[in-house]
Design a protein around this ligand. Structure first.
Ligand SMILES: C[S@@+](CC[C@H](N)C(=O)[O-])C[C@H]1O[C@@H](n2cnc3c(N)ncnc32)[C@H](O)[C@@H]1O
Length: 375
């Protein structure tokens, strides 16, 4: 490029002092976003939400420190972590009238917010296992490999045939769930308990109209299917999952567990449920799974359908910004293991390639939608 053009381009980089400082602030803010995740993980692992709850909903720093076993030399550091978490809305802080002590907390009380109420172990909405499922070394080591992964590949292979998880850890994501001490399964069960409570209450019709049987594919330990079976006792509910997952599932008198591979066989039923399954897989695999589902259900006129609970990125367009941001962040998390979060046009392509004729999307107030797909 001629020198004059360089100079002209460099002028594009010029900024006023205010712009420069604002840009620097924004860059540091983005770069440090990981600290929020790690502070959340620390507070969850230290069971700070449980301590606040046990103490009647408010606790001082000294109480948090003594109840959670914080070493006396680290107490002021706990305050710093709590400052991040109150600034980001995970906890709230109420200033008391006492004078400030060495740690600077004075008579301040920390309280739960709607976010940290989800992290109290005895809550029926306890979502704390999901924090460990999202914030973990596997995910970090994988995503740190992004620049290397993006520039690797061989002719003829699909862009994602070697996942970030494989590149960073030498094994697949599903291999890691076999040896994580149940962390992943606990996270899934916690998510299902909350999601299904709301979905069945607000959008139960999608399940209520199923004639007499439903099979939950990749149904893990049955948290989702149990909720459906309890809400709609007329449904005979079956859970299909991999053999090692089914072997560790708790006994149930309302569910039938089947060990198997969804790429090979889906047990016949009036409806097939896929909650948080297709986002784990690349396009061609989703088409294969959907074809198996189609073989398992009756025709549309006879009530056959597939019910998918997953994200439809950017749908509806009126979603709040934090919902869209969570969707696109989760998409990158899923990229680590070859999965993806999809826009409506991509879902539509999967359905038509798998031979389905129609679908209906019902958005929820959360980040996921219910997609009913008809043969
Ligand atoms: C992201 S989890 C979703 C679990 C559950 N549906 C939920 O939402 O809580 C994906 C599930 O798919 C299962 N799975 C993975 N590969 C499978 C396969 N080939 N056949 C059947 N299940 C599989 C996993 O064991 C896991 O339980």
């Amino acid at each position: 490029m001629p020198a004059a053009q360089h100079i002209e381009r460099d002028q594009d980089l010029a900024m006023s002092s205010d712009e420069l400082l604002q840009a620097q602030l924004e860059l540091y803010h983005h770069g440090l976003a990981f600290v929020k995740s790690l502070a959340l993980k620390a507070a969850t692992d230290l069971r700070i939400p449980d301590t606040i709850h046990r103490r009647g909903g408010a606790a001082t720093l000294s109480e948090l420190a003594s109840d959670t076993g914080i070493h006396p030399t680290k107490r002021s550091n706990l305050r710093r972590v709590m400052r991040v978490l109150t600034t980001t809305g995970v906890f709230s802080i109420v200033q008391g009238k006492g004078s400030n002590d060495h740690a600077g907390d004075g008579a301040a009380y920390y309280k739960l917010t709607r976010v940290s109420r989800l992290l109290v172990e005895r809550s029926p909405h306890n979502l704390s296992p999901m924090v460990g499922t999202i914030v973990n070394t596997l995910c970090w080591t994988s995503l740190l490999k992004m620049p290397e992964w993006f520039t690797q590949g061989q002719e003829g292979e699909s862009a994602q045939s070697h996942s970030l998880v494989q590149l960073a850890n030498g094994c697949t994501f599903w291999d890691t769930t076999k040896v994580d001490g149940g962390l992943f399964n606990d996270g899934m069960a916690a998510d299902s308990r909350i999601a299904m409570k709301v979905l069945l209450k607000e959008h139960g019709g999608a399940f209520g109209e199923v004639k007499s049987s439903l099979v939950d594919i990749g149904g893990n330990h049955g948290a989702t299917a149990s909720a459906v079976a309890r809400a709609f006792p007329h449904l005979k509910c079956t859970v299909l999952d991999l053999a090692h997952v089914v072997a560790a599932a708790p006994a149930s008198d309302i569910l039938t567990f089947v060990a198997g591979n969804m790429f090979e066989y889906v047990p016949p039923a009036d409806a097939v449920l896929l909650k948080w399954i297709l986002h784990d897989w690349k396009h061609e695999d989703c088409v294969k799974i959907m074809r198996r589902c189609k073989e398992a259900i009756p025709a549309k006129e006879a009530g056959g359908k597939v019910i998918i609970i997953d994200m439809v990125v950017g749908y509806p367009v009126t979603q709040p910004n934090d919902s869209i941001e969570a969707q696109v962040l989760l998409d990158i998390y899923m990229m680590g293991s070859d999965g993806m979060e999809r826009e409506e046009n991509v879902w539509s392509l999967i359905f038509s390639e798998a031979g389905f004729s129609d679908y209906k999307i019902t958005p929820t107030n959360g980040i996921r939608s219910i997609i009913e797909v008809y043969p």
